[in-house]
Design a protein. Structure first.
Length: 290
């Protein structure tokens, strides 16, 4: 009996928190957030898996892998139950960060999934096989509310919604929130909104400041305290196949995403005391980069 309780306790402890990064609007910073939040958590020594569920495979190429050359991807895991995700997962330069890559073939998956039993829960079944291997699983969603995104929301414990500090920031947000509500009611009652993340903020622009004010007024504590500033290093890093922290450790982008990781950990009572104080360079020097 006691053994069973200890086992139960341990198995609960090591289940990853699954977080989907979603917004059906393109270009709002989903992939940038998925890569750099995952990398920041990994640098803080939380074992993290980044799952690329966008057929455009930007998270895959942004971590330095050529999507054309990838043998197996999330697509194969979804359409073929016999393919175990561990055989598909790739190691990255950061020892605590791994990637379940995407491939353009994923475009066809939605059609192939239509006749599958429990077609909304296929990704959940894939991730269940590896949920005990990580502390965090971060899912980068495509700019759509199609079946793959519904699968991501059905698999997830929570969702982060990046919103660009630009014109029409709120556009489409109502539709996204009502989709989340439908998923909560019909498919995944435990799904929470982890937070709305304001991205590409430029303090010199009045519009940027207006968006921040409006969003904070409207959504209050749902908005992360951390705001991601516009930083060209963030847009350059993917072409070098690197997360920002390995591209330029002293950039604003690195600072912003490390702060986001700490805010997320704190919210989830997972922040270790030393994490807030340690210098990023010092931390990187301790990690065995491959
Ligand atoms: N904070 C930022 N500062 C500067 N450029 C950014 C920032 N966030 C994202 N970008 C750039 O904006 C574009 C869209 O971002 P991306 O993360 O790909 O959005 P999504 O995945 O939502 O389509 C990319 O070229 C990316 O490099
Ligand atoms: Mg993207």
């Amino acid at each position: 009996m006691w053994n069973f309780i200890v086992f139960l306790h341990e198995s609960i402890l090591v289940m990853a928190k699954i977080i989907a990064i979603a917004n059906q609007k393109g270009g709002v910073g989903k992939t940038t957030t998925a890569i750099n939040l995952a990398a920041s958590l990994a640098v803080l020594e939380h074992k993290t898996l980044l799952v690329d569920t966008d057929p455009q495979a930007n998270a895959t190429s942004g971590l330095g892998f050529d999507p054309q050359k990838i043998e197996n991807s999330i697509y194969e895991c979804i359409v073929d139950d016999n393919i175990h995700p561990t055989t598909t997962i790739l190691k990255t330069q950061l020892p605590y960060l791994e990637l379940l890559p995407s491939h353009i073939d994923l475009v066809g998956a939605e059609v192939e999934m239509v006749n599958m039993p429990s077609r909304e829960r296929v990704m959940k079944k894939v991730l269940e096989k590896i949920v005990k291997d990580y502390e965090f699983i971060i899912i980068d969603c495509s700019p759509s509310l199609g079946l793959i995104t519904i699968n991501a929301l059905t698999s997830a414990d929570s969702v982060i919604i990046p919103v660009q500090c630009e014109f029409f920031a709120m556009e489409g947000l109502g539709k996204l929130l009502s989709t989340i509500k439908i998923v909560q009611q019909r498919l995944n009652p435990k799904l929470e909104i982890e937070g709305i993340l304001l991205t590409m903020y430029d303090s010199r622009l009045r519009l940027s400041n207006q968006v921040v004010e409006e969003m904070q007024q409207h959504f209050q504590q749902l908005v992360f305290d951390t705001i991601i500033q516009r930083n060209t290093k963030l847009s350059e890093a993917p072409s070098f196949g690197l997360p920002i922290i390995l591209f330029d450790a002293s950039s604003k982008g690195t600072e912003n995403y490390m702060r986001l990781a700490c805010e997320l950990l704190k919210k989830n009572n997972m922040l270790r005391s030393e994490e807030t104080s340690t210098d990023i360079r010092e931390r990187l020097s301790k990690i065995n980069l491959s």
